[in-house]
Each structure stands twice: as structure tokens, then as C-alpha cells.
Ligand binder design. Structure first.
Ligand SMILES: [Zn+2]
Length: 264
């Protein structure tokens, strides 16, 4: 999610009010529910009015043309290029009237782009839970979301229908900051631990956004006590120096410090 917040700001400041001269679809496989021809027709000549983020999704709003929803997968990005510059793996380019373009870049092709009536329509379609940074989500509401689940806390934090916005990498960071073992059963966590986890979630995401760091980009900007820059085979805990443990679940690798986050 911190990545998507960076992309949202990229659209908000330099792009709001600007007109899309042409939408060039470079890879039709990235589109969902709309053809390249229909997308190009819908967006040509439209003015960018807004950029919103909900969970891991970015919404670029156009005057009288709905919202362009973007999902970035594991390493997708949105970049603004001046005239003449370009990026490999650009899947969609929104050509702006002054010759610059907004590029949806996605080397692993794990994300998608689609057109919706409103952000709320996609949120309802995917049955997303509240955004992890929603101001209305407080510690009590967070505890209710975890409920009496017998699933492990890491899987629960990543379940977008419970809580939207947290992926594999940031769930590791949040659990590290809260000193909670990722394998703990949610229902077994006491109230104090749940409250600590809630505050760690807020702090961690807000800190990453403030630093302008994402899951894979600009991680060197994160504070020195963050796990993320050390989160690789052979990496050591920035707090105690212990060798980090990695556990593979459902194709994703989770990292934690066996000393700071004991199994309990
Ligand atoms: Zn440690």
C-alpha cells in the first residue's frame, strides 16, 4: 500500500487538471473487462480530475468517464515521463497534451487496469474490508475484524476482505514492529497484543508513506529499525542481530526474528 500512496500523490499534484490526449495500450493482456479500443475512446480528450487510493488500488478519476482502477501486483509502478523518455515494460501510457506521459509499468505483469463507474463500485465488487488507514478504523474495530479467527495473524492481516491494503512484505514489517510471531493464531492474542498490533500497523504504514518508501522501491529511506531492508536470505534482525527466520506459505516467503517475535 505505501507504494500505491506514492503513485496517488504522483497523479494528484502534477497531473490533476491535465488532459489525456491519447491512451496507448502497449499490452492488451493488462486490461480487464474492456478492449484497448474502447479504453482509448473513453479516455481520449478527458481531463484528470482526481486520484484516490483504497487498499492496494489506485483510482484515477476522469471528467465524465468514470475511474481508471489500477492494481500493481508485486512490482508494478506508475511513473511520469517527460517527452521522449520511456520505460521498458510500460503496459499502458496515458499521453498528456504537453508531450509527457503517465506510464503504468509492470515487468511481472501481475496487476491489471480496468474502468469503473466509481471507486466504491470496485470496492463493493471485490468485497474489500476497510482500508488499513481509514480514520474510522480504531483499535476496537480492528479487534472486531480479527474476531475469533483460528487463522494465523499474518494470513488475516493480508486478507483483503477483512482489511484492505496490507501485502506480504508489509505484514512482515507490522508484525516485526509489534513483536508478534506471524504464526500466532489470531484468537489467541490478548487485548494488549491486539492493541499493540493496531498501533504498529498505523505507525508502520504512515512511516513508510512519510519516507516515500514502498515494498521494493526506496527502502533505504526507511528508519534503521525497520525489518524490510534486511528481509532477505541471510539477513539479520536490525534490533538484536539474530539471523532472520523465513517460512514459506502458499508460495510467499515470510520473514521474522525468532528472538524478538517468539512463537509464544
Ligand atoms: Zn530480533
Amino acid at each position: 500500500m505505501p507504494d500505491v500512496e506514492i503513485f496517488r500523490r504522483l497523479v494528484a499534484e502534477p497531473c490533476r487538471g491535465r488532459v489525456v490526449a491519447r491512451a496507448d495500450v502497449c499490452d492488451r493482456g493488462i486490461l480487464e473487462g474492456i478492449s484497448p479500443e474502447a479504453l482509448a475512446q473513453r479516455l481520449a480528450g478527458r481531463r484528470i480530475m482526481s486520484s484516490e487510493r483504497y487498499g492496494k488500488y489506485l483510482f484515477i478519476g476522469f471528467a465524465a468517464a468514470g475511474v481508471l482502477a489500477m492494481h500493481f501486483g508485486t512490482n508494478g509502478s506508475l511513473r511520469l515521463f517527460p517527452e521522449g523518455a520511456t520505460a521498458a515494460a510500460t503496459r499502458l501510457a496515458l499521453q498528456l497534451a504537453d508531450g509527457s506521459h503517465l506510464a503504468y509499468v509492470n515487468p511481472r505483469r501481475l496487476g491489471w487496469v480496468s474502468l469503473w463507474e466509481s471507486p466504491a463500485a470496485l470496492v463493493a465488487h471485490l468485497r474489500l474490508g476497510p482500508d488499513a488507514l481509514d480514520a474510522r478504523l480504531d483499535a476496537a474495530a480492528f479487534a472486531a475484524i480479527l474476531g475469533n479467527s483460528r487463522r494465523n495473524i499474518k494470513a488475516l492481516l493480508m486478507d483483503q476482505q477483512r482489511l484492505a491494503g496490507i501485502g506480504n512484505i508489509y505484514s512482515d514489517e507490522i508484525l516485526f514492529q509489534a513483536r508478534v510471531n506471524p504464526g500466532r493464531i489470531a484468537a489467541d492474542l490478548d487485548r494488549e497484543t491486539v492493541a499493540r498490533l493496531f498501533h504498529a500497523m498505523r505507525e508502520t504504514l504512515q512511516t513508510a508513506i512519510r519516507c516515500g518508501a514502498g515494498a521494493e522501491q526506496a527502502t533505504e529511506r526507511l528508519p534503521p529499525d525497520f525489518l524490510l531492508p534486511h528481509r532477505h536470505p541471510g539477513g539479520r534482525c536490525p534490533r538484536c542481530g539474530a539471523l532472520l527466520a523465513s517460512v514459506k506459505r502458499a508460495g510467499r516467503t515470510a520473514y521474522h526474528c525468532p528472538h524478538c517475535q517468539p512463537a509464544g
